[in-house]
Design a protein around this ligand. Structure first.
Ligand SMILES: Nc1nc2c(c(=O)[nH]1)N=C([C@H](O)[C@H](O)COP(=O)(O)OP(=O)(O)OP(=O)(O)O)CN2
Length: 137
């Protein structure tokens, strides 16, 4: 398999509902999110132009997650947070690095990459330089 990769950095708030320690508090990270796409090479020899990954996936992060607070829609404090800041992002998962990575691969990328002929096969979400999770198809 031949793949093509680009990362993007965003700042984002979240809390992990049910966490036994400090991650249950509202806090944030400077996330690095790395996208790996797979597909056939075109006549030029590319899986996908790097600029298309930027336009389709990195820009989606900028518009939807950057400088926003991610909260699980079933989190008991979700509605309170929305009253404080209507720009809070309700997500259908507890926002761990693992769940963010899986959502980007399974839900966001298929729509964003429609018509390109490539698939997002792996997404790595780094909360810090030390800690990350990745989801692969
Ligand atoms: N498997 C996962 N474990 C944890 C996640 C996660 O998404 N997946 N998330 C968190 C918290 O978001 C937390 O902010 C990060 O925790 P931790 O690494 O313990 O915190 P620090 O980076 O501050 O590390 P220290 O060096 O211990 O200060 C927790 N776990």
């Amino acid at each position: 398999m031949i793949t093509c990769t680009r990362y993007h950095d965003i700042s984002c708030g979240h809390r992990v509902y049910g966490h036994e320690g400090k991650c249950a508090h509202l806090h944030g990270h400077n996330y690095r999110i790395t996208f790996t796409c797979a597909g056939d090479r075109d006549d030029v020899g590319r899986v996908i132009d790097f600029s298309v990954i930027k336009a389709r996936l990195c820009e989606w992060l900028e518009e939807n997650y950057d400088h926003r607070f991610l909260i699980w829609e079933k989190d008991p404090i979700a509605e309170d947070l929305r009253r404080l800041d209507p720009a809070v992002v309700f997500v259908p998962f507890n926002p761990t690095a693992e769940n963010i990575a899986e959502h980007l691969v399974r839900v966001v990328a298929p729509k964003q990459l429609e018509g390109t002929g490539v698939t997002l096969v792996r997404c790595e979400v780094e909360e810090t330089r030390k800690c990350s999770a990745a989801f692969s198809l």
